[in-house]
Design a protein around this ligand. Structure first.
Ligand SMILES: [Cu+2]
Length: 536
């Protein structure tokens, strides 16, 4: 279907005359340059006068002049660019001369995996066959299901039921992507694909629109390296994206990024649903308009990067995350709790040098980022959108478990000191009287923040050995961290008590004198929750 958009025709000679001075970008740049040069001249003159008055030798003067000139030079990134105004697009090998990428090269993978980097140094044709998936899938482990639409690798099989997020594509800059999109006859909606890596009408959307039963193919030269979003751009585009039609495509630069130990693919996105009750929920189209999502998730479902699916690395290793914020509407404030981004390639624009040592990187809707992080200490790094309501209330949480030996030169829990109501009892000791609660092995394993079995005796995965503890006023409770290699806390939600970090084997006690109900949690693993009820 073709749409014609009519715009008013501009009549020559009728352009309005501006009623105020009209600066062009060029004239503003000239004003800036002249100002800089004048300031520089004054600075140099001042240096020379000072130098002369103090009889400082000429060498020092010229050194200071050089320093002044250097500080007025181009930013480092531009200075190192051979031709800041020139093209960064590689020379093409003509399509007719291109071979297919080698058969053993992997160009697609399913989240959170990435295809390995290509061993090629030459351009090639990369063939990718996608099929569109429509179907009811679980978006919340509590049993909430939704009609997700998405993409999968076309293999004729029906085992992949969720195409949200779609597979990640990997190719090299200068390659030709030959992308085929099939919409199986069993589907009920037309779709297409708009790849932000593709230069052409609608990023390919105009020429990939496929009704159920149709197949279309495009060939697109990949002009710029980077990590790009793709999405369906058919019809009510916000609705198609909100049903789950998005993914990422990595275009590697000609000079690859430095090698790392792990590469992962993570997509942030939003679901706008008519509710959060178990069962099938519908798209709330008004909530889409209002930009008020029910869920904000990583990799297509709440808890998709948690529990058994948490990412794993070892102390001393470096991991790289290729991250797309599919939106639909929210910017992402992507942050690793308890770590840093060792390197950030802003906007995933891989022609540019990375920022080093960042805390939170802003990823616009429809944008991406590439970040490196190092597993410095054994811990669980929590990936979040640091607009934290989206974590605690809507699901934007992923876990990276770092395994290995404690690194006290980097982090060490020294324990608590001198609180009247608390007593450090040391490794594994339990006081003679009172109640003992264990932080169970594996208690860091994530679960939804509002898990239905949170306070049940058979909670799975279990966290505190007693989920609801009822005691008399005056009773001392001692918690012991029995979770190997993990740091935990015992922290009252109302801030009445807080253990500070407990290493494996550490115990901490608190005497409850005031009747009431005390809900507590672990600060680094906030889904670990339990209660103490103190009777009068
Ligand atoms: Cu679609």
């Amino acid at each position: 279907m073709t749409q014609t958009i009519e715009r008013p025709v501009e009549q020559p000679g009728t352009a309005p005359v501006p009623d105020h001075p009209h600066y062009t970008l060029g004239s503003l740049t000239m004003v800036g340059l002249v100002g800089t040069l004048v300031a520089l001249a004054i600075a140099i003159a001042a240096l020379m006068i000072t130098a002369g008055r103090n009889s400082v030798d000429d060498a020092l003067v010229s050194e200071k002049v050089d320093t002044a000139l250097a500080s007025a030079a181009l930013p480092a990134a531009l200075e190192t660019s051979p031709d800041p105004g020139g093209s960064v697009i590689p020379e093409f090998v003509p399509k007719a001369d291109l071979a297919l990428a080698p058969a053993d090269e992997v160009n697609v993978a399913t989240a959170p995996e990435m295809p390995p980097p290509s061993a090629r140094t030459t351009q090639a044709i990369v063939e990718v066959d996608f099929e569109i998936v429509e179907g009811i899938t679980r978006i919340d482990p509590d049993g909430v299901e939704f009609d997700t639409w998405g993409f999968k690798v076309a293999d004729g099989g029906t085992d992949v039921v969720s195409g949200t997020p779609g597979p990640v594509i990997r190719a090299r800059v200068g390659d030709v992507l030959r992308l085929t999109v099939t919409n199986p006859a069993t589907n009920t909606h037309p779709h297409n694909i708009d790849l932000h890596a593709v230069t052409g009408q609608g990023g390919g959307a105009a020429d990939t629109t496929v009704a159920p039963g149709e197949t279309k193919t495009i060939e697109a030269r990949l002009l710029y390296p980077g990590f790009f979003m793709y999405h369906c751009a058919y019809g009510d585009v916000p609705a198609h994206i909100s049903h789950g039609m998005y993914g990422g495509i990595l275009v590697d630069p000609e000079t690859p990024l430095p090698a790392v130990d792990h590469e992962w693919y993570v997509v942030q996105s939003e679901f706008y649903t008519t509710g959060t009750e178990p069962g099938v929920v519908e798209l709330d189209r008004q909530a889409v308009t209002d930009e008020n999502p029910t869920y904000v998730v990583f990799n297509g479902a709440k808890g998709a990067i948690a529990g058994d699916n948490a990412l794993q690395m070892n102390v001393g290793e470096k991991a790289r995350i290729y991250f797309v914020n599919a939106g639909l509407n929210l910017d992402s404030n992507f942050h690793p709790i308890g770590s840093h981004w060792d390197a950030v390639y802003p906007e995933a624009a891989l022609l540019n040098p990375p920022l080093r040592g960042s805390q939170t990187t802003l990823v616009p809707a429809g944008g991406g980022v590439v970040v490196d992080m190092i597993g410095q200490v054994p811990s669980t790094i929590v990936l979040v959108d640091h607009a934290l309501s989206r974590v605690f209330d809507k699901g934007a949480l992923g876990l990276v478990v770092v395994n290995g030996d404690q690194q006290p030169e980097i982090f060490e829990a020294i324990g608590s000191s001198g609180d009247d109501q608390t007593a450090e009892t040391g490794d594994g000791e339990t006081p003679a009287t009172g109640v003992a609660v264990s932080l169970l092995p594996g208690s860091f394993e994530a679960q939804p923040m509002d898990a239905a079995d949170e306070f049940a005796d058979d909670e799975s995965p279990g966290d505190f050995s007693i989920n609801v503890l009822t005691i008399e006023a005056g009773t001392t409770v001692t918690w012991t961290n029995d979770d190997p290699g993990m740091l935990h806390t015992v922290t009252d939600v109302d801030e009445t008590f807080d253990s500070g970090f407990l290493n494996e084997g550490d115990s901490w006690s608190y005497t409850f004198d005031e009747p009431g109900e005390y809900e507590y949690f672990c600060a680094p693993h906030p889904w670990m929750r339990a209660k103490v009820i103190v009777e009068g």
